[in-house]
Design a protein. Structure first.
Length: 445
């Protein structure tokens, strides 16, 4: 055998000759022995090829041939990458169709390169690029040890084989396990897209399509956009556009903006803007912006400001904006503030600042402070301070009084006792003496 291989004009011919001779010399129906002999006889660089060929030829049937050939090739390879390649090649040549080829290659190759081998074998055995992409991505995902790796290999394989971003994303999403489908789709799309902007769009859209519900869609869109988009504005815009509906769009945009912003303040601003643009109404805009600002680790002032800005921007008029902004600011401040006093101060300030005129400023400051303040005194102080900064002394005083009145202690209503329980000496002014009064019933002494 060695002599045959040595006299061959080149490595390829040497592999062929070694395989042929090995098959002749090896015992009947013993592919393993044939493969071993061929690998030993052939030059090192073509040993896997020779082994695969000999095994395939000596095997009694196609199924056994593919398995033995792939295994023999992988075993004689000098490293994992070569093992994956040779196993894939051998399997693709001998296995009857892509699925079988992928399965055989994955089993034959070392575990860490099994997805690669499966994908390669499927691609080589498939009749056309589309079929190749599907089978390859599925084969790769199936052989992966965990879902994260499955998403990665499905995306990689789909991106390599599929002709364009949409097809790659679709293929990767279908091939990957459901829980990581959006991730796989986004990755595949981003890899095939011609430039970052297009990549962000395609990735976000692909992620949303693969997501099982709106909340997951918002998350997936934001994640995909953040990874590929060059800056917060683009990320927010991309995430919002990819989302399935307005409410989800606002969430996705705010999330994307918060994640890509360089610092909490910038995050709050970008999130507020993104939320205001994508949200269906001022209330939703404020809520989303406040939430995004809080998630970014901002302080109450920044969160309140972000919420107020988003609300006033999304409002149809200045007056409506001021009212909604005041409410939003108060809520955002109350939720992020470390205590009720700080909440009242921040809420009143933010509310007064967003008001279109002096009168509204005093009014909204009072309302905002009264809603979150722990007591009348704190409410009055917060409202007065906030109003004074934006209005005149009289308006500030009015705001303080209003806020205090709103938080004032409730009036206690006395318990009414039934007539039968009254003493006989209590008389009704409108009734005959000795009859108990019904209009002013008082408890017994």
């Amino acid at each position: 055998m060695k002599a045959a291989a040595k006299t061959a004009p080149d490595a390829k011919s040497a592999a062929k000759d070694a395989a042929k001779t090995a098959v002749k010399v090896a015992p009947d129906n013993d592919p393993k022995a044939a493969a071993k002999a061929a690998a030993k006889a052939a030059p090192e660089e073509v040993a896997p090829k020779a082994a695969a060929k000999a095994a395939a030829k000596a095997a009694p049937e196609e199924k056994t041939a593919a398995k033995t050939a792939a295994k023999a090739a992988a075993k004689t390879a000098p490293d994992e990458t070569t093992a994956a390649k040779t196993a894939a090649k051998a399997a693709a040549k001998v296995a009857p169709e892509p699925k079988a080829a992928a399965k055989v290659a994955a089993k034959a190759a070392p575990p860490e390169v099994a997805p690669k081998a499966a994908a390669k074998a499927a691609t080589k055995a498939a009749p056309d690029p589309k079929a190749a992409a599907k089978v390859a991505a599925k084969a790769a995902a199936k052989t992966a040890p965990d879902t994260t790796t499955a998403a990665k290999v499905a995306a990689k394989t789909a991106a390599k084989v599929a002709p364009e971003p949409k097809a790659a994303a679709k293929t990767a999403a279908k091939a990957a396990p459901p829980e990581v489908a959006p991730k796989a789709a986004a990755k595949a799309a981003a890899k095939v897209a011609p430039e970052p902007n297009a990549a962000a769009k395609t990735a976000a859209k692909a992620a949303v399509k693969a997501a099982p519900d709106p909340t997951s869609a918002a998350k997936a869109a934001a994640k995909a956009a953040v990874k590929v988009a060059p800056d917060p504005k683009v990320a927010a815009k991309t995430a919002a556009k990819a989302a399935p509906d307005e409410a989800t769009a606002a969430k996705a945009a705010a999330k994307a903006a918060t994640k890509t912003a360089p610092d909490p303040q910038a995050a709050a601003k970008t999130a507020a803007k993104a939320a205001a643009k994508a949200a269906p109404d001022p209330k939703a805009a404020a809520k989303t912006a406040a939430k995004a600002a809080r998630q970014g680790g901002t302080d109450p002032k920044v969160a309140a400001k972000a919420a107020a800005k988003a609300a006033s921007k999304a409002a149809p008029s200045a007056e409506a904006g001021a009212k909604t902004a005041a409410k939003a600011a108060a809520k955002a401040a109350a939720k992020t503030a470390p205590d009720a006093t700080t909440a009242a101060k921040t809420a009143a300030k933010a509310a007064a600042k967003t008001a279109p005129d002096l009168r509204t400023a005093a009014k909204v400051a009072a309302k905002a402070a009264s809603k979150v303040a722990p007591d009348a005194k704190t409410a009055a102080k917060a409202a007065s301070k906030a109003a004074a900064a934006q209005t005149d002394a009289k308006s500030a005083s009015d705001a303080a009084a209003k806020a205090a009145a709103k938080v004032a202690a409730p009036v206690i209503v006395p318990r009414v006792v039934s007539v039968s329980a009254l003493p006989s000496n209590v008389e009704d002014e409108n009734k005959a003496p000795g009859v108990a009064r019904r209009s002013e019933a008082t408890p017994p002494a």
